[in-house]
Design a protein around this ligand. Structure first.
Ligand code: EPZ
Length: 421
């Protein structure tokens, strides 16, 4: 298994290009199942999760091809040969469950393995099931698989979700596009990836309003046609790299970044003493000398502070002046980066869903282990600012969500290399 060697090397300066959003792409790709005609995505990120989703769609009989060095995914599900998403693929990536709504809507039946738990939590699918049953689906759990059917097709309904789940919102909205009648989804998630999905579905002929708010209304149509859609910028990659100059000092421009994607996160950086300015090419992040100030963080559904940036923010708070309290309200087990940061000299106490971080002058490089996607990059950020060398092992976690990390950080002056293992 490869590892990444990082050496603290002072302030960072330059530009980092931000890729298309993994979490948008993972819901846009299953949307191809809703239509017989081809769907083409541009600005698609080249990540292992995208390869996993490609393999899943191909296992259903869809044609998926990457053109122009992988940045374009052309997909056609004209002749699907299966409506079963197998455990072997689904267990590797929870987002595989996003084929459930489209398969049910187009074919009236689907068999999708439950994803099983993952490092950060149990990650059940009850909110997905409740929403699809509200549209008339009959769903039964047997041998770890969800058997879903809607013999006479789905019917529009008014449904309020108990929690603003991102994935459940995406499954329900995709299913409702082909349901008979009107669906009103209340307490819907408001993430930019959902706005991006709706914009793509609208290009395919769907009739949807309210995306980005808590109430989304969908008028079912008989069929959807093909489209070409550009994947929105990845706000989590953006926020991650905004933290590089924040933790090391210096000035870095994140190309493609827009303030509207990271408003609550940027406000926290501002409160910590890091300036974020929107330019015509992206977001410019500057931190002068001296330590950042400690700030408290509570993770919430969008537009609140993103849970996917909590681990990275904790790395910054480890070197802040003062104590900060980070409350993780979305997942039940998302502090696995804390013990690894403690190995680097951080002062962190975790009690249930709350971590208290007392900032130290400087972290010390050490061998550490990545435990999940966002934890892995949090350790790299810590290593950029630490004294000496940090080796982050199990970087296959990193490859799921970050393309060319070494090249992007080297490009702004970081001392970092990938060690083949
Ligand atoms: C999406 O996961 C993202 N993944 C996650 O990003 C992100 O952390 C999460 O949204 C929250 O923003 C993709 O978009 C592919 P949820 P999702 O349904 O849809 C509970 C990353 O690092 N829940 O909003 O699975 C669930 O257990 C990944 O890129 C139920 O209880 O998130 C969790 O505690 C990690 N029942 C909370 O809701 C359900 O039926 C949020 O889950 C569904 C979810």
């Amino acid at each position: 298994m490869d590892s990444i060697l990082v050496t603290g090397n002072g302030p960072l300066n330059g530009q980092i290009p931000i890729a298309g959003a993994k979490n948008a792409c993972l819901t846009l790709m299953p949307a191809t199942l809703l239509s017989e005609e081809p769907l083409t995505l541009t600005n698609a990120p080249r990540l292992s999760d995208i390869k996993t989703m490609t393999a899943l769609l191909q296992s259903l009989g869809a044609e998926v091809s990457s053109l122009q060095d992988g940045q374009v995914q052309a997909m056609s599900s004209h002749d699907l040969t299966s409506q079963t998403a197998d455990y072997e693929i689904v267990r590797k990536m929870r987002a595989s469950n996003l084929v459930l709504g489209p398969l049910l809507a187009r074919f009236g039946h689907a068999v999708v393995s439950l994803p099983g738990g993952c490092a950060i939590g149990a990650r059940p699918m009850d909110l997905h099931v409740e929403g699809l049953e509200a549209l008339g689906a009959e769903i039964e759990l047997k041998d770890g698989y969800l058997y879903a059917k809607a013999a006479g097709g789905l019917k529009g309904a008014v449904h309020e979700m108990r929690f603003a789940s991102v994935g459940a919102t995406e499954n329900i909205v995709m299913a409702a596009t082909l349901a008979k009648g009107t669906t009103v989804l209340k307490n819907a998630a408001r993430e930019p990836e959902i706005v991006d999905l709706v914009e793509c579905l609208r290009k395919m002929g769907a009739q949807i309003a309210g995306e980005g708010t808590s109430t989304i209304e969908i008028q079912g149509v008989d069929r959807l046609h093909g489209a070409t859609h550009q994947v929105v910028t990845d706000r989590i990659e953006l926020g991650t790299y905004m933290l590089a100059p924040a933790i090391c000092g210096g000035e870095v421009e994140l190309l493609g970044g827009r303030m509207r994607l990271v408003e609550s996160f940027a406000a926290k950086l501002d409160a910590a003493g890091v300036s974020v300015e929107e330019t015509d090419k992206g977001l410019k992040v500057t931190r002068k000398n001296g330590r950042v100030a400690a700030v408290d963080v509570v993770t919430e559904p969008f537009p609140g502070f993103p849970t996917d940036l909590q681990a990275q923010m904790m790395a910054l708070m480890c070197t802040a002046e003062g104590a900060s309290v980070l409350e993780e309200r979305i997942f039940e087990n998302r502090f696995m980066h804390a013990p690894e940061l403690v190995r680097m000299g951080a002062d962190i106490e975790v009690h249930g869903g709350t971590a208290t971080v007392k900032g130290v002058e400087r972290l010390k490089g050490a061998p550490v282990m990545a435990t999940d996607l966002r934890a892995s990059v949090s350790l790299i950020l810590a290593g950029l600012a630490a004294e000496g060398e940090t080796t982050v092992s199990r970087v296959y976690h990193l490859d799921r969500g970050y393309e060319h990390v070494v090249r992007k950080l080297e490009g702004v002056g970081a001392k970092i290399e990938r060690i083949k293992g």
